[in-house]
Design a protein around this ligand. Structure first.
Ligand code: P53
Length: 476
């Protein structure tokens, strides 16, 4: 890449993780169970199971994860060595409210994140924090049916308020719900459960459940934005959207129209977050479907009053779709392979140009600053005898994406706050539970079953990314 231009001087280079995928220590410090503590190990052909109780015959990768809970000083020191300006993680909700519905928080949990954030700040690394990254307290599922229940709005608002009050001097950039729009694919039970803690009963309309839960989450998010601004007007509270642009497979007008509806269906969550109201098509859609959702006038006021300050988003891949007479877009049914792009070993379409497309699309639609809070490629790595990892494939993926990001910022004028590639320290893959589906610059010596020394090693990409940051993106 011969584009030697630099990014803006204040650009936030960093990396991202999530509490449940990296911390482990699932029963330490007074933590309650999170829904993800009952996800078993799967692989690309076998989905993870969700068990009702912890079974001795099953393996639950999140219980140990990368042991960040005990090793964070060493990990953050390595991030500092790479020159990180920021580090995105989440606050595990059940570390702060073990059951989710208590009135008083758990001090040991609060103290843990104070320590993590202080360790970052010691090196000038700015923590970027997601409040809810699939870490719903299990009790809220068992007692309330997850986000089926309006009372979760209150529980989430209390959690947000406690975190904002405690950390507002240490954390400026927050996000409310990680990839809130993954549940667009409501037919895949894993999405409805990880986003909303919902287990549909036989005969229940999953689609309606999804819209109701998402509504409550969006109201809770809007409340959190308002609470955050009251506590500290400097605080920036954002959305977190999983951005997979959905292209029409051909230029046939019917395909174009259908892809437009697909985008509306997958990204209305961002419309509500950013605009503060539901897009017009949805009223007709709900009426057509006969959904009588619990959406009150007071809720609509909340949405309007709590619009987000920026859009955080993940970008891994793009999708494509084709019109075949469908009445509505159904993500589980209507995606087709794009013949112009390659895929990863897990079948994710690799599309760097789609990142520039996404950055422009968000900018035109919302006129807000953007933050790429996840990007990367899961891959099997080989640790050599002398503890090296030659991950040129990872470097290539990131080079290609950063080039497009650079063009969006410098040629298209997109306001981009920063870039935090996913899983900067190896962690448990969310979709499959595999440790061997790796994203990191830092190798963690553990296998899918948690066997290993858990020692950390610098991959080739570690040295490459260090130079990217040092040159502010001039040297890719
Ligand atoms: P894993 C679907 C599509 C895009 C991103 O995924 C997704 C998902 C759900 O799996 O999830 C995000 O680990 C999520 C992270 C996750 C990461 O992508 O399955 O925010 O928690 O680890 C990568 O390879």
């Amino acid at each position: 890449a011969e584009d030697k231009r630099e990014f803006p001087a204040d650009f936030l280079w960093g990396g991202a993780v999530a509490a449940h995928q990296i911390e482990g220590a699932y029963q330490e410090g007074g933590k309650g169970l999170a829904i993800t503590d009952l996800f078993t190990l799967g692989d690309k052909d076998h989905p993870r199971k969700i068990t009702e109780t912890i079974e001795a015959s099953e393996y639950y990768p999140e219980h140990v994860a990368s042991d960040f809970y005990h090793r964070y000083p060493e990990d953050i020191k390595l991030l500092a060595e790479m020159g990180f300006k920021c580090f995105r993680t989440s606050i595990s909700w059940p570390r702060i409210f073990p059951q989710g519905d208590e009135l008083e928080p758990n001090e040991a949990g609060l103290k843990f994140y104070d320590d993590v954030f202080d360790e970052c700040l010691k090196y000038g690394i700015e923590p970027i924090v997601t409040l809810s990254h699939f870490e719903l307290p299990l009790h809220l599922v068992q007692e309330y049916g997850g986000w089926r229940d309006r009372r979760l709005i209150e529980f989430f608002a209390r959690f947000a308020e406690v975190c904002f009050k405690r950390y507002h001097n240490k954390v400026k950039y927050w996000m409310t719900f990680n990839e809130i729009n993954n549940q667009t694919n409501f037919e895949v039970s894993g999405h409805l459960y990880t986003n909303s803690g919902i287990v549909p009963e036989a005969g229940e309309d999953r689609e309606k459940l999804m819209y109701q839960a998402a509504h409550y989450e969006l109201v809770a998010s809007a409340q959190a934005v308002q609470i955050g601004h009251q506590i500290d007007p400097e605080m920036q509270v954002g959305a977190m959207i999983a951005m997979c642009p959905i292209y029409p497979l051909t230029a046939k007008p019917e395909d174009i129209l259908f892809a437009q509806r697909a985008m509306q269906t997958r990204y209305w969550f961002a419309d509500v977050h950013a605009n503060g109201f539901y897009p017009r098509w949805m009223k007709h859609f709900f009426a057509k479907k006969g959904f009588d959702l619990d959406i009150t006038a007071a809720d609509l006021k909340q949405l309007q009053a709590g619009t987000v300050d920026y859009i955080g988003f993940s970008y891994y891949m793009s999708f494509a779709t084709k019109y075949q007479g469908q009445a509505d877009f159904n993500e589980n049914r209507d995606l087709v392979d794009n013949p112009y792009v390659k895929t990863t070993e897990w079948g994710w379409q690799i599309d760097p140009v789609g990142l520039r497309y996404a950055l422009n699309w968000f900018t035109d639609r919302y006129h807000l600053p953007l933050f790429i809070v996840e990007n990367g490629m899961g891959a099997y790595d080989q640790l050599t005898e002398d503890h090296q990892v030659h991950d040129d494939y990872r470097i290539k993926y990131m080079q290609d994406h950063i080039i497009q990001m650079k063009r969006a910022v410098l040629d298209d004028g997109v306001k981009l706050l920063g870039y935090t590639p996913w899983g900067c320290i190896d962690l448990v893959a969310h979709g499959t539970g595999e440790m061997s589906k790796r994203y990191g610059f830092i190798y963690v010596d553990s296998d899918d079953h948690g066997h290993g020394t858990f020692d950390r090693y610098r991959k080739d990409s570690f040295f490459w990314y260090k130079n990217v940051i040092a040159s502010n993106g001039a040297e890719l």
